[in-house]
Design a protein. Structure first.
Length: 136
């Protein structure tokens, strides 16, 4: 599957790059490398120019796992705000790395230990940038 363009705000890019530097000092995981790769290929935009249908940091979105039709709602957060039981996924989780920067309607493939998993972003329920919250 050809990689689609992904979008990240300049603020999120800077904060994520700093986060990666701090976690890499302790240890290295392949999904950290994947997040680095996503940042390297991202189209970086000013928060006010972010399309409203993109999953950004602190966005709430619905998605399906494609293997089932069950729609689930998640919020993409920084590690300190994560709580999987409440649907708050840390950007350091492989699924979050796979989905950041994609748009509603996009299908994403990501590697899991048993192979590949396919996800589909259904809808962006809340995106900070589209409501003028540029510094969350």
């Amino acid at each position: 599957m050809k990689e689609k363009s992904i979008y990240i705000t300049d603020c999120d890019f800077d904060r994520l790059a700093e986060l990666l530097e701090s976690v890499k000092r302790g240890y290295r995981h392949s999904h950290f490398t994947k997040l680095e790769n996503e940042l390297e290929r991202a189209i970086i935009v000013a928060p006010k120019d972010m399309p409203s249908d993109v999953v950004t940091m602190n966005s709430t979105f619905s998605m399906t796992g494609m293997a089932s039709d069950k729609e689930e709602i998640y919020t993409l957060v920084y590690p300190e705000g994560s709580n999987f039981e409440r649907g708050r996924i840390s950007i350091l989780a492989p699924i979050a790395t796979a989905i950041i920067g994609y748009r509603a309607g996009d299908t994403i493939e990501w590697d899991v230990p048993s192979g590949k998993k396919t996800l589909k972003v259904i809808k962006i329920l809340y995106q900070p940038e589209s409501t003028g919250n540029y510094d969350l």
